[in-house]
Design a protein around this ligand. Structure first.
Ligand code: 9PG
Length: 780
């Protein structure tokens, strides 16, 4: 598809078959929309905030200057851009007194949006302080229109929090946004973005705006190498007053003759709105070269069972149990508690009397990767490191060490942050990576990472917070060497794109559904709980495999010592499984009831697919869909709320047009055949329904299985109708398996169920009327 360039007296436009982007030249205004004019943003300005105090806790000061008259225009038909080949318009635009803007707009042949980037140049005589670069500032008024299909009261704004644990929600215009209380603001919020309050939404890095199920706008920064960036919305119920995309400029001032490049902003049309987050993430991941592994991982983690009291014996016992169970996990990961103090990572705690090397060896000898937790940017004031290297601490303008957080789990609670621009810190991080790798660990859960990107007076004043952070993580990775797997946690998400194989995308799970008391104390729904963790799993599902592998956090399966009901545990397990992300169990395995162990097996291996999310009818889309190559689909619907809801299956919305056979994964039976859709009664609070949907066609198929939550879509290697009444099925799943497989046949009997038991793979010959022969495949 080609891009058309059109120049008129007072404007230029680029268009492809999906969108048109237009620049008015005097004064400069940017517009983007679909070709039909149904959706779009018209008349946005491009601005910079100058001559004020650095952004932070207070409202911005200084002057907002807008790009004004376009002086030069250049058009490239086929430019090389970070997102591939695209048409590009470049403009040189005058701003007020001594500032000039270089603007570039890129549009690829089949892109559903454009990339806007700017470069601010100081053409004056004096140095200037720039506090923000603003690729889009749209304010309702003459010539400025926001066209969004749908019903204004139904409009929603996707508010993504700053770091892994910060809430992510679809907010309704006019509602009061959740905002963390002052004591925990450093923990959950960007150091630079303004505080969300009534009438003002803030979303970090990216957002979506529109009515769920209809077309909407996608906005997001595709580059994150220097500045923290966010999108702000000024609104009231059913009305948008202003929409702006901003990057905080920290670091240096702008000397005469010098230029400052912004991060790059994606502005796109998403149809439906649910695709907006994936649309942006795909591009940001590509532009930042995200190292996304082809396959998701599974593992065991010590934290949610043993906490900081974990000992080497706890790990050993579970290692033995894993062998006994023949559970096909990839990683055994030791969490917080092995170290003598936060910062003194190589001095083991009393529970690890022989140090970490022998334990890592044992883990590897059992066939697992050895994983270790670290909080590389934190130091406890009680650590040797803090005493010996006080000059490594991140300090405020008055020279006082900055408290990154107070953690009730740790002796002394308080923790300082390290300044990764100090050369000593950078080489210490590198040697930390090297030493833990030498101990045998090649899977590293790097936690409390937000502390690496706090605002502060850094040793290198020209480095931005994001640059300092990225430098620190890169140093650790360099030390850890090739093949290391880095899982980020408590991490500033935008600033982390391109640095991690996997990323925690929500608050901690817990063996309880909610924790209202702690939610109230922090002011946001971020307390450890299954509900808070699951909420982010659903909202941030589209990031999976685009920016990194999502880590939905652990499944906690225990019966004893858990406040979770059977229903709640199953909802947790099935949601984690359908999310396609890391599958990590955090229990004393020897204590798990048989049925819960069976659920664990049904989560393994990870589906490794990116699910589609359903429309956000409320603050959270409670639906995940995984489409399979064979035309079947897995459909998960949860009820995270407190009232029963009607449960309706819309097959047409899932692209299943003909008669469809329905397997109820939890009930382990076939439901009535459906056409178009079905009413499935009600879904109780905290419950889930998981269905496998298979087109009712002339072939023989695996309709369902009890071997995996994927119910046949993962474990079926082939199904062949060999002769009338004879079907050959090949199944493949790692580990020891036993359960049932249900075959859908084109003529009576329509359903045949077979018991199977195997290790890794099985070939099954089914004679209608009974299983003739089942043999394990051992040739591969
Ligand atoms: C280890 C844990 C686990 C867990 C992480 C993270 O604000 N806080 O005090 C706070 C404490 C713990 C926490 C998050 C915040 O959990 O998410 O998986 O590794 O650290 O300490």
């Amino acid at each position: 598809m080609a891009v058309t360039f059109k120049r008129e007296d007072s404007s230029v436009a680029l268009s492809n078959e999906r969108v048109r982007v237009r620049l008015e030249l005097a004064p400069l205004r940017v517009s983007l929309g679909d070709l039909g004019g149904e959706i779009g943003i018209t008349g946005a300005r491009v601005c910079a905030l100058v001559d004020g105090a650095p952004l932070g806790d207070t409202e911005p000061t200084g002057t907002r200057v807008a790009a004004n008259l376009v002086r030069d225009l250049a058009f490239e038909e086929d430019a090389e851009t970070p997102l591939g080949r695209a048409a590009r318009v470049r403009a040189r635009v005058a701003m007020s007194d001594g500032l000039e803007l270089g603007l570039s707009v890129e549009l690829g042949g089949d892109w559903p949006g454009a990339v806007i980037a700017l470069e601010l140049r100081n053409t004056g005589e004096r140095p200037r302080v720039v506090t923000a670069l603003e690729p889009i500032v749209w304010e309702a008024g003459p010539g400025a229109r926001l066209a969004l299909p749908g019903d204004p009261p139904a409009l929603r704004f996707l508010a993504l929090g700053h770091q892994s644990w910060s809430p992510a929600r679809w907010l309704r215009l006019g509602e009061r946004p959740p905002a963390p209380r002052r004591v925990v603001r450093r923990l959950y919020s960007s150091p630079y973005a303004p505080r969300a309050r009534r009438g003002r939404f803030v979303s970090e890095s990216a957002t979506a705006l529109g009515e769920p199920g209809r077309a909407g706008l996608a906005l997001g920064f595709t580059s994150h190498s220097r500045f923290l960036s966010w999108i702000e919305l000024a609104h009231e119920p059913g009305r948008v007053h202003a929409l702006a995309a901003r990057s905080a400029v920290d670091g240096e001032s702008l000397a005469p003759g010098r230029a400052l490049a912004s991060e790059r902003l994606w502005l796109g049309v998403a149809a439906p709105l649910e695709e907006a987050l994936g649309q942006w993430a795909e591009r940001a991941g590509r532009e930042m070269a995200a190292p996304v592994p082809a396959r998701s991982l599974s593992g065991w983690c010590s934290w949610y069972r043993f906490g900081t009291a974990v000992t080497a014996e706890d790990v050993r016992r579970n290692l033995l149990e894993l062998r006994r169970l023949g559970a096909p996990l990839d990683v055994v990961q030791i969490d917080d508690g092995f170290q003598s103090a936060i910062g003194d990572w190589l001095a083991p705690a009393a529970g690890f009397p022989d140090g970490l090397a022998p334990l890592a060896r044992e883990i590897r000898a059992e066939g697992f990767r050895a994983g270790l937790w670290l909080a590389p940017f934190l130091v406890s004031p009680r650590a040797r490191l803090a005493r010996e290297k006080p000059e490594w601490l991140l300090r405020d303008a008055d020279g006082k060490p900055i408290t990154a957080l107070w953690n009730p789990d740790w002796p002394g609670k308080r923790c300082f942050a390290l300044d990764a621009t100090h050369p000593g810190v950078e080489s210490w991080l590198e040697s930390l990576g090297r030493e833990v790798r030498a101990l045998g660990f090649d899977y590293l859960k790097l936690d409390f990472l937000f502390a690496g990107a706090l605002a502060g007076a850094r040793r290198d004043p020209r480095s931005t917070a994001v640059q300092a952070y990225r430098r620190g993580v890169a140093a650790l990775r360099r030390g850890a060497g090739p093949g290391a797997f880095l899982l980020g946690c408590g991490a500033p998400l935008g600033a982390s794109i391109g640095l991690f194989e996997a990323m925690r995308i929500g608050p901690d799970v817990a063996a309880r559904w909610t924790n209202a008391t702690v939610d109230r104390v922090v002011g946001v729904e971020a307390a450890p709980s299954a509900r808070n963790s699951l909420t982010n799993v659903f909202v941030r599902a589209p990031l999976h495999q685009r920016l990194w592998l999502n880590d939905p956090d652990c499944v906690v399966l225990r019966g004893a010592g858990s406040k979770l009901s059977d229903t709640e545990v199953r909802t947790l397990a099935a949601s984690i499984a359908l999310s396609g992300g890391l599958v990590v169990v955090s229990d004393e395995l020897g204590e798990l009831p048989r049925e819960r162990l069976d659920w664990l097996r049904r989560m393994l291996p990870s589906l490794s697919r990116t699910p589609e999310v359903g429309p956000a009818r409320g603050p959270v889309p409670e639906e995940l869909v995984v489409r399979c190559e064979d035309g079947s689909a897995l459909w998960l619907r949860v009820n995270l709320g407190e009232a029963a809801v009607p449960l309706d299956l819309d097959l047409r919305a899932l692209g299943l047009r003909g008669p469809t056979r329905v397997w109820d994964v939890f009930a382990e039976r076939e439901l009535e055949r459906a056409v178009g859709g079905a009413s499935l009664g009600t879904l109780e609070p905290h419950a889930a329904r998981l269905l496998r949907l298979v087109p009712d066609d002339s072939g023989a198929r695996v309709l369902g299985s009890t071997l995996h939550f994927a119910a046949g879509s993962l474990e079926t290697e082939s199904v062949a109708l060999e002769a009338p009444g004879s079907v050959r099925v090949r199944l493949r799943l790692p580990g020891r398996r036993s359960g049932e497989v249900a075959l859908a046949l084109p003529s009576t009997p329509r359903l045949v169920r077979a018991h199977v038991a195997f290790d890794d793979a099985l070939e099954l010959r089914v004679q209608v009327g009974g299983v003739v022969n089942a043999s394990e495949i051992s040739d591969r």
